[in-house]
Ligand binder design. Structure first.
Ligand code: 5GP
Length: 116
């Protein structure tokens, strides 16, 4: 974790604050600083994977833990019943900025029928 220079590494190390929504041994979820929906939570693994495209079979467990945590985060954020959308940005067209794998969990409103 100490060799993770990203903003999310800093959040994990407590070097910059966040509004925590959910945490367990393997993941941390916090409110996005620039929300794109009424509820917008960022969910990250505590181990550092840069981008989805760089994930390896050895990191399968981490990837599974991340997905399995999503409904727990939604429940903690109060949007499990109403529903939510999960987004991962990867690559230039996605405009992903932070090279620490994360799920965007969006909800708290009708998100419409288009994916983005
Ligand atoms: P990306 O574009 O990499 O998929 O998503 C990065 C997300 O992290 C953006 O939605 C952005 O608003 C959020 N973000 C960037 N810096 C911070 C920060 O310091 N704190 C929090 N809570 N969110 C951040």
């Amino acid at each position: 974790m100490s060799d993770n220079p990203t903003i999310f590494g800093k959040i994990l190390r407590g070097e910059i604050p966040c509004t925590k929504v959910y945490e367990d041994d393997t993941v941390l979820a916090f409110k996005d600083i620039n929300p794109h929906a009424k509820v917008h939570v960022v969910l990250i693994p505590k181990t550092h994977i840069t981008w989805l495209r760089n994930a390896t079979p050895a990191q399968q467990q981490t990837l599974g833990q991340l997905l399995l945590a999503a409904p727990k985060v939604a429940e903690a954020a109060g949007i499990l019943k109403s529903g939510y959308r999960v987004i991962i940005n990867d690559g230039p067209d996605s405009h992903g900025e932070v090279p620490h794998l994360h799920l965007h969990i969006l909800g708290g409103q009708d998100l419409g029928t288009k994916i983005a």
